[in-house]
Design a protein around this ligand. Structure first.
Ligand SMILES: Nc1nc2c(ncn2[C@@H]2O[C@H](COP(=O)(O)OP(=O)(O)OP(=O)(O)O)[C@@H](O)[C@H]2O)c(=O)[nH]1
Ligand SMILES: [Mg+2]
Length: 445
């Protein structure tokens, strides 16, 4: 019997398309692959046929999940879309319409503003406006979210343009699902059993989705609305990627030029540092030499000082000896002087006495001269003095005058001798000459 219904299951990867409780539960046996990692579990479009309790034959189409292209080695969304497109085109060619399209979305999806949103937009375009009555969005993983919180997310999904608002407006329905233990599934129409979703869809008029029509028109998958949506994303991604590459190239060029500048600056610095090091070395050597010279000079200075000290020591010793000798000599001379001064004192008193005598003689002579002069004057005055008397008198006067002069000179000399006798230490010969003079003076008188 020809299957009556054809229902495609689509959505992101890991949302539960193949899971036991959905396809396997509906079919009643484990036929579909169930993934256990982040990678897509279903790698190609798979058909599973089963009979509804009322005997209607149904074909469920399990599709690979989107949003896997970023994983290394996995297929891009476009490749997946191409596979799905090929499947849909084949069904279109058979004129086999779809009773329903079930789109699964994880209610806890953290990527709802990223790749999940892109998948939603693409799905919207894939369905087109005319098939939305046959679309059911089943949100999964309700067992992992608080019901109230989940309901809030669900409302956001239903009411935002960037999510499913367009689908809801076009007549699409929503259902909830979760992996609950048997009998613990929340009650209510929001949690319909999967089988009832299928039977509801079977009751509708089957449709061709937009993508099938577009492909039938001869468009390539990339040119279909869904493909373009994805391509737009890819283009945007490529544009961003290109921008990143350009930015990186600029950055690399900048870094290269910076590196070149840095290299030049580093080399210049290295050169400078080499020059500085050489100068430093030179200065160090000069200083070392200077220090050595200074040390040498200091040593020589010390040696010279030492020699000078020894010389001075010798000089001092010599001086000391001389001093001692001179002291002794001085002492001796003092002694002599003491002795001489004693003699001098005696001599001085003798000389003083002589001088006294001489003074008396001079005074006597002066008196005698005065008398003689008076006498002569008297003789001149009396006019009877003869020429011979006069001549005699003149010669006497001349003699007396010469005697007076000698006496005066002797007196002056004596006075001088007396005054000099105190300082003169060895006057004995002079005294004796003085004495001689005095004696000669007395003898001449
Ligand atoms: N807790 C919880 N786990 C779920 C639910 N639905 C699916 N899973 C688990 O999520 C994992 C992925 O499920 P699959 O059915 O392989 O997902 P898929 O959508 O087929 O993934 P692809 O084939 O990669 O596209 C499996 O371990 C499931 O048991 C759910 O509602 N609640
Ligand atoms: Mg799967």
């Amino acid at each position: 019997m020809e299957p009556a219904g054809l229902i495609a299951i689509m959505g992101g990867t890991g949302v539960g398309k193949s899971t036991v409780w959905f396809i396997n539960t509906i079919i009643g046996r484990d036929v579909a692959y169930v993934g256990h990692s982040l990678e897509s579990g279903t790698t190609e479009v798979q058909e599973y046929e089963f009979s509804m309790p009322n005997g209607i034959r149904v074909t469920l189409v399990d599709t690979p999940g989107f949003d896997d292209y970023q994983e290394y080695g996995s297929r891009s969304d476009l490749v997946i879309l191409k596979e799905i497109g090929a499947y849909l085109k084949a069904r279109y060619d058979e004129q086999r319409k779809l009773s329903g399209i079930i789109y699964l979305h994880n209610i806890c999806d953290p990527k709802v503003d990223g790749s999940s949103q892109r998948t939603m937009m693409m799905f919207k375009k894939l369905c087109g406006a005319d098939s939305l009555n046959n679309v059911v969005v089943v949100t999964t993983f309700w067992d992992e979210v608080d019901l109230t919180e989940g309901a809030e997310f669900e409302t956001v999904l239903k009411t935002k343009d960037r999510f499913f608002k367009g689908l809801v407006d076009g007549g699409c329905r929503f259902a909830r699902s979760g992996r609950y233990p048997a009998g613990e599934t929340p009650k209510g129409p929001e949690f319909p059993p999967p089988i009832s979703i299928v039977s509801d869809l079977l009751a509708l008029n089957p449709v061709f989705v937009e993508m099938q029509k577009e492909l039938a028109e001869g468009k390539t998958v990339e040119k279909t609305s869904a493909g373009a949506e994805l391509y737009k994303e890819i283009q945007e991604f490529k544009r961003q990627h290109k921008k990143v590459v350009i930015d990186l190239s600029l950055r690399i060029t900048e870094m290269k030029s910076t590196n070149a500048r840095d290299k030049a600056a580093r080399e210049a610095l290295e050169d400078e540092s080499k020059v500085s090091i050489a100068q430093l070395e030179k200065v160090r050597t000069t200083m070392q030499l200077k220090r050595e010279q200074e040390a040498l000079a200091k040593q020589k200075e010390l040696e010279l000082a030492n020699l000078r000290r020894i010389e001075l020591q010798h000089e001092f010793e010599l001086l000391k000896t001389l001093h001692t000798k001179e002291t002794l000599e001085c002492r001796f001379q003092i002694r002599c002087l003491f002795d001489a001064s004693f003699d001098d004192a005696q001599q001085r008193s003798r000389l003083e006495k002589t001088c006294e005598g001489l003074r008396a003689t001079v005074s006597e002579l002066s008196q005698s001269l005065r008398e003689t002069k008076e006498e002569l004057q008297a003789k001149v005055n009396t006019h009877d003095k003869t020429l011979s008397d006069l001549t005699e008198a003149k010669s006497k006067i001349a003699h007396l005058e010469s005697q007076l002069k000698i006496s005066q000179e002797a007196q002056e000399k004596m006075a001088f001798e007396i005054s000099g006798s105190q300082s003169a230490r060895a006057q004995s010969p002079q005294s004796s000459s003085l004495r001689g003079t005095i004696l000669s003076l007395f003898s001449s008188r």
